[in-house]
Every structure is written in structure tokens, then in C-alpha cells.
Design a protein around this ligand. Sequence first.
Ligand code: HEM
Length: 409
Amino acid sequence: MDIDLLAPDVFSGDRFLDQLAAVRARPGLTWHPEPDGPGFWVAARYDDVHTVLGDPATFSSREGIRLGGTDEAARLVADRMMVVSDPPRHGRIRRVVGAPFTPAALRLWHDRIVAGVTDLVDEVVEAGAGGPLGALPDEAAGPLVRDAVVRDAVGDLTQRLPNQVICAMMDLPRADWPLIGRLTTDGLDSPDPIDRLDANAEIFGYFADLIHQRRARPGDDLISALLAAGGDLTDDELILNCSGVLTGASETVRYAAAGALLVFAERPELWTALRASPELLPTTVEEILRWTSPGLHALRTVTRPVTVSGSDLLPGERVTAWLCSANRDPAVFPDPDTFRPDRTPNRHLAFGWGPHVCVGARVARLELTALLTALISRVRTIAPAGKPVRSTGNFIHGLTSLPVLLRPA
Ligand code: HEM
């Protein structure tokens, strides 16, 4: 099989998992050529991904953490933005940025997050059920679906979900939420690196003003909590890391949620079973994370000669650790290509591993749990209503459109 983990159509066409399965079956790590670059190693098996992410002294984040990033972008933020830093600097930043995400701190936001998600689901289901969005195409209208709601589950729901939660946690003015959502998507997902830099520059400017205001008038919000933790971070570093939290929070959750809805649309018996047994929620959420793995890869740069699974890597070479592939490794997950809501154990790597393991994992789990809880009591069936569309990205990846028919409970 030809492997091309840089080709947009491999991702939009949902062929990347097959390619990665082929890479997993090869001995050692696989060398991947690059038309405009030196090439990179591919770590696709669970154990190899674990090894790479767990050893920051050998596999550095300072030179960038994704394919398609520019050296300049990485240089600007190295050792200043948490995710693009190595120990010991990383630990010092994480003590500040992680402060609002401890279990104790999260208790403060728990109700706000759940209420925000529930309001959003109410809005979507009610607007659809009563209003013009509920109109069904004639041929679809039948006794069974008369009161159904036709939706693009991504545009209407899952894209707004993390935006709503993170903006509420940061206590941003409501009028700014759509702008912040758009800039975050462009800053991460735009195919043009210059557009990404522009969007990120606008976000930095926004946070510069906000930090100034919150320092003058602290509140019970994430930004104020971060400023209170302060540490030795300069204002520029605080701005960069607010932006890092915003980016980390946004695209990942939306893709995980959209992927979950697709599973339930394609396998309605799973939705019926979850509605009947909500105690399956915790294991279902973990399986959604394993199954969707929205963060496909994390990139590292080799700092000293090292051998991984028999492959010799040299300083300066880049290695990509494919989390989505580790999560489908049959050596760790029996029947990995089947979605099993009761999978136990489920030691997936969707949140990464090692010092950079996702700082927002608890928030993400809470958002997905709140979303499913709200849908369980409001939506009886989720049915496909058109062709799902996937993004072309090889970094944070998932569905960009998912037409579904929701039938209110
Ligand atoms: C389904 C949802 C999510 C997934 C799959 C996910 C995945 C990841 C992964 C794989 C990493 C490690 C990156 C690396 O090693 O280079 C990471 C780090 C990070 N995530 Fe998440 N994430 C999610 C949700 C969130 C949320 C909700 C937030 C914030 C509220 C967040 C903020 C961050 C930050 C700031 C980091 C950097 C941590 C560090 O460098 O120490 N993420 N995430």
C-alpha cells in the first residue's frame, strides 16, 4: 500500500486509518518522505507512540508539534507556550496554566459547563422542533419522522459546544464568542500557514487587552485564575498560553462530539442502549475518545541518537507519533475497529501521554458527558440525513459536516 500521510484527500476520504494499519504491520518505525522537506519518521504502534511521548529529553517539542507548521512559528513560541516547550521550562509553565484545571478548581466551573451545554442542546432541539429548521424534505416526511429535526450536527451543535464552554469559562462577552470561534478555527485549521499566523496574531491582541482588564478587575473566570497562579510568566507568555488553551479546547472537542453522533446515527441500537442504561456513559465517553482520536499526531524532534523498535534515529530528525493509530492497535485493544461502549480497560492515548498529556482532559470529558446526558433525555433517535464530510487536516481531524435527523423524545 502507498502511504501518504500528507495528502489532504487521504484524510477527507477517511483512508488514513487503513494506511496507518499498514504502517503498524511493518517492523520498526517507517520513514516518510516529504516533497518540500527532509521527511519524518512515523510511529504508529501503541508502544512506540508511548515511548516517543514519554521521553521529552530525547524527543523535544521545542521545534514544533505538528506537520505543516513553520520553523518560524515554532521559534516564536518555543519555551514560552506550554505545548511547544520541554522540561524543566514546561513544568514551570504547566504549574500556572494547569492551575484552573485541577479537580478542585473545576468544581467551580462544573455547573457553568453543564448548564451551558444543556442550554445549547435545548436551543438546537427546540429551534428545530418548532421552527423552520425542523422542516423536513417532503420525501423524508412520514409518520415515523413527522416531528424530527433536520440538522447539520457540526454547524449547529458540536462546533458551538466547545466555543460556548471555553468562552463561558473565560467569561468573554457573548458578542465576541462567534469571532473567537472563527479565529480559533482559522488559527489551527487554515491550510495557509500565513492565514494561521494572522488569525493567531488577532487572538493574541484580544488576550492582551483581556489580561489587562482582568488584572485590574479579577473575576471568577479562567483568565483571572491563570493570572492569580502567575508564576514567573511574562505577559507575552500568559497571552500565548491563553491562546494555547483556547486552541486546545476548541477543535478537538467538536470533532469528538461529531464523531460520537455519527456512531449513534450509524448504529441506532447503541443510542437506544445508552438511553436505556445511562450508567454506560463513562465507558462510552472513553470509547468516543479512543474511536475519534481528534488529535491525530504529535510531532517531536530527536535530540540524541536513539533506537526505537530497531530503527536508528539521529539528532535533528523529526518523528510523528500517531495517537489515532495507537488507539487502533490490536496488540492493546481487542477488536479495535469496533466501537464498544463498554470497553474496559480502555487505556487510549487520545489525550497524549507524558508531560504534555492534555491539561483539559477533565473539561473535555465533562463536556462530552454533559452533551450526551442532555441528548439522552431530549432526543429519541439520531438518523443519518446526508453524507458526512471530513476535514482534510492531518493534525486535528474530524467531521466538518454531519447532516442528521434528530427525533425529539
Ligand atoms: C476531546 C478533546 C481533546 C483532545 C482529544 C485533546 C488532545 C490533546 C493532546 C493529544 C495533547 C498533547 C499534545 C502533545 O503532546 O504535543 C493535548 C494537550 C493540551 N490540551 Fe488537549 N485535548 C482535548 C481537549 C482539551 C481541552 C478541553 C482543553 C482546554 C480547556 C485542552 C487544552 C490542552 C492544552 C493547553 C494542552 C497542552 C498541554 C501541555 O503541553 O502540557 N485540550 N491535548
